[in-house]
Design a binder for this molecule. Sequence first.
Ligand SMILES: Nc1ncnc2c1ncn2[C@@H]1O[C@H](COP(=O)(O)OP(=O)(O)OP(=O)(O)O)[C@@H](O)[C@H]1O
Length: 283
Amino acid sequence: MSSTLTGDQTMVIDAVTPAAPASPRTTHGLEADSVSAWFGRRKVLDRVSLDMPAGQVTALIGPSGCGKSTFLRILNRMHELVPGASLAGEVRLDGVDIYDPERRLTDARKSIGMVFQKPNPFPAMSIEDNVMAGLKLTGTRISRTDREALVEESLRRAGLWEEVKDRLKQPGSALSGGQQQRLCIARSLAVRPDVLLMDEPCSALDPTSTRVVEDTIQEIARDVTIIIVTHNMQQARRVSDRCAFFLAAHGTPGVIVEHGETRAMFDDPIDSRTADYVNGRFG
Ligand SMILES: Nc1ncnc2c1ncn2[C@@H]1O[C@H](COP(=O)(O)OP(=O)(O)OP(=O)(O)O)[C@@H](O)[C@H]1O
């Protein structure tokens, strides 16, 4: 990484090139290989393998408690932050194991962003500062001009720019729930991740905001790999290219029963349990 001094004497570290247009770019897929997870002695996932192809939306579906969120947190090394939690297996980003001891935790976090169930902008921070907050945490400093360009680019990609461009200095809390969630998406995108993990990103939103966020997901999926946990089967059908159906039978760890293209999973599933779940017969 190199650094330069710009005209206004701001230290610029070339980790991002914010002035570049938000055009589709090469992105990376994720592969989970035989991933198991434990909380203490309790095993909650058993040898889960899944390809999550670049530039596609993969939906993780299944009843409550089958390990979807645990699996998602393993994909960006958040699971290891839970006291007593452990895991086995490999997660590869563009073929490289994100758990390789040679790799820094912060590299995985920069490449693999996360959006949570409840929109969590910093309420007292301005809209533009919220967009920049994730990048700031990575220790990246950029010039004022580049900052303005990156704020605009990220808000545009999150589908929020037109709604907030005249009030960037207002606090994040001044936005509606759906706008706050898109602000959180913009905050993640400002770090230029390869992958965006979304844990039920619309479950706290009304139907109209949900559809707007779904449109945003489909837009950004052109150049970011997306993994989304959802309980909403209509949503899985609308936004995802591929689905993985998780299930944990009584007292046993979660496994993937079936995965594949979304249309096939819904219209012609192989396993009768998948058919029952996607048709709302249980869960
Ligand atoms: N921090 C934790 N400590 C101990 N057990 C946990 C912890 N988090 C989750 N679990 C357990 O791990 C299992 C998998 O939970 P997880 O949240 O991954 O399931 P899920 O499919 O995402 O559920 P939901 O759809 O309800 O969010 C559950 O039995 C849950 O109780």
